[in-house]
Design a protein around this ligand. Structure first.
Ligand code: PLP
Length: 468
């Protein structure tokens, strides 16, 4: 491309991104499309001959972006939404534009330094030791959990982990189970502790399981606590779990991918008390720290645990080792070639200030509480699990109708399906205590109480239709 063509393409992309950021709240958040419909738009052989970049861009804007669900939309309530921010988007464009290699010191001292600095900001926020502690940015929470559990296995078990046992609750995120499988544990080495009817981690069941395993000559080596479960936002009893781990010499990993960011708000800080006692914590800036995908993070109490686990010294990297005060992030995790994730975090915190993040997170938690208060006044809605770290679970269950459990499940599933296919809100179900319930994860600072009310009215209209 000529200089003019390059600029023109770039400006058009920036225009499209800015327009999207300014208008997305008015768009339909949900994209629906079958494989056949997508094939009919995109399926073709790799073209031998290129075409005008502007035409490719137009086609992409029309067909790709318009057929993608907007996880940053104020009415995207499901899974864990991704309320991104514009400065970080531009930072990502910059990092990609310069194709900065963020693996090692010699490739970019500044990228390595920015990762060190931003990890130090996070260590302080989470109450981890600033000098001894460390961490690494990853593609997301799943990769951070995998990095943590690989480290825990290495530090606590060394090479022989045939007798090692790992503990987690039935509400822990599925990425932990995936990670456990990836690092080679058999099913019989995993204890999934059932939570109580309110999804609290039962300390006694854990203690009993550990004692039983010790008696059987096994090696309890790692406990995964969750700081904000994906289903209900529940925080495990972190202080008590930390005490058990200390006494039993067990690695305490906390998966705070969903809820960790709440520590920036006063109520969240109280809820997360004890998180500072972990050996490792997963947080996920592409969730509640408002970063665009992909950005996860693992913090560790002792940075040496990462380098002991992941350092390899192949002959082809011998010239880039640097001196001992320089950190090569490829020695702290799985990836060698790494994108420059720290930049977006750095630029967004510098631009908006940490206080803006604190305010936004506090707003999100308050919004969930306000919604709960409102729903409790309504005769149509039942709160199944109260507002917890900005997640709320509820179902349509009008007082006086006395619907059967089966009918309630069917009705709430129907509401969700109708809402999603209307494309007006992303509101899917989960299962709590064998009941199908609706779940809202309210971490978007642009979501208002009015947005949520409109969505509930939409649900009520579909429910009335089903009830006819
Ligand atoms: N852990 C928890 C508690 C989560 O909620 C999630 C995602 O929702 C993950 C881990 C996985 O994170 P990611 O999707 O960034 O890989």
């Amino acid at each position: 491309l000529s200089k003019e063509e390059m600029k023109s393409l770039g400006y058009k992309i920036v225009d499209a991104i800015v327009d999207h950021h300014l208008t997305q709240d008015k768009k339909l958040p949900v994209a629906v499309g079958t494989r056949a419909e997508m094939d009919s738009i995109f399926l073709e052989e790799a073209p031998e001959k290129g075409m005008d970049a502007q035409k490719v861009l137009e086609f992409v804007l029309k067909n790709v972006m318009a057929n993608s669900t907007l996880l940053s939309h104020p009415k995207a309530y499901s899974f864990v939404p991704g309320p991104s921010n514009y400065v970080s988007v531009m930072a990502d464009a910059l990092a990609t534009g310069f194709n900065v290699f963020s693996g090692g010191w010699s490739a970019s001292p500044a990228a390595a330094e920015l990762e060190i600095i931003t990890i130090q900001w996070l260590l302080k926020i989470f109450g981890f030791p600033k000098k001894k502690g460390g961490g690494i940015f990853t593609s997301g929470g799943s990769m951070a959990n995998l990095t943590a559990l690989t480290t825990a296995r290495n530090i606590k078990c060394g090479k022989d982990f045939s007798k090692a046992v790992i503990y987690l609750s039935d509400q822990a995120h599925s990425s932990n189970i995936k990670a456990i499988r990836v690092i080679g544990f058999r099913e019989e080495q995993v204890r999934i502790i059932p939570t109580d009817s309110e999804f609290n981690f039962p300390i006694n069941k854990l203690k009993n399981a550990i004692a039983k395993d010790r008696l059987a000559g096994l090696q309890p080596f790692c406990l995964i606590g969750t700081a904000g479960t994906t289903n209900t936002g529940t925080v495990d009893p972190l202080t008590e779990l930390a005490a058990i781990c200390k006494k039993e010499d067990i690695w305490f990993h906390i998966d705070g991918a969903y809820g960790g960011a709440a520590i920036l708000a006063p109520k969240g800080k109280t809820a997360l008390k004890g998180i500072e006692k972990a050996d490792s914590v997963t947080i996920d800036p592409h969730k509640w720290l408002y970063q665009p995908y992909e950005m996860g993070c693992l913090l560790v109490r002792n940075h040496k645990h990462l380098s002991h686990t992941f350092t390899e010294k192949p002959e082809y990297l011998r010239d880039v080792e640097g001196n001992t005060s320089e950190i090569n992030f490829y020695d702290l995790g799985i990836q060698l070639t790494r994108r420059f994730r720290a930049l977006k975090f750095y630029m967004s915190i510098k631009t908006y200030g940490l206080q803006s993040f604190r305010d936004a997170i506090a707003y999100n938690m308050d919004l969930a509480e306000q919604l709960e208060e409102q729903m409790r006044k309504s005769s149509l809605w039942e709160i199944v699990h109260p507002a917890t770290l900005a997640i709320i679970n509820f179902r349509y269950n009008p007082i006086g109708k006395n619907y059967s459990a089966k009918k309630l499940d069917k009705l709430n599933q129907y509401i969700s399906e109708k809402v999603v296919s209307s494309q007006k809100a992303l509101l899917v179900t989960t299962i709590l205590n064998n009941q199908i319930v609706l779940r809202m994860c309210l971490i978007n600072p642009r979501t208002t109480l009015a947005d949520v009310q409109e969505t509930l009215e939409l649900c009520e209209a579909f429910a009335a239709e089903a009830d006819k």
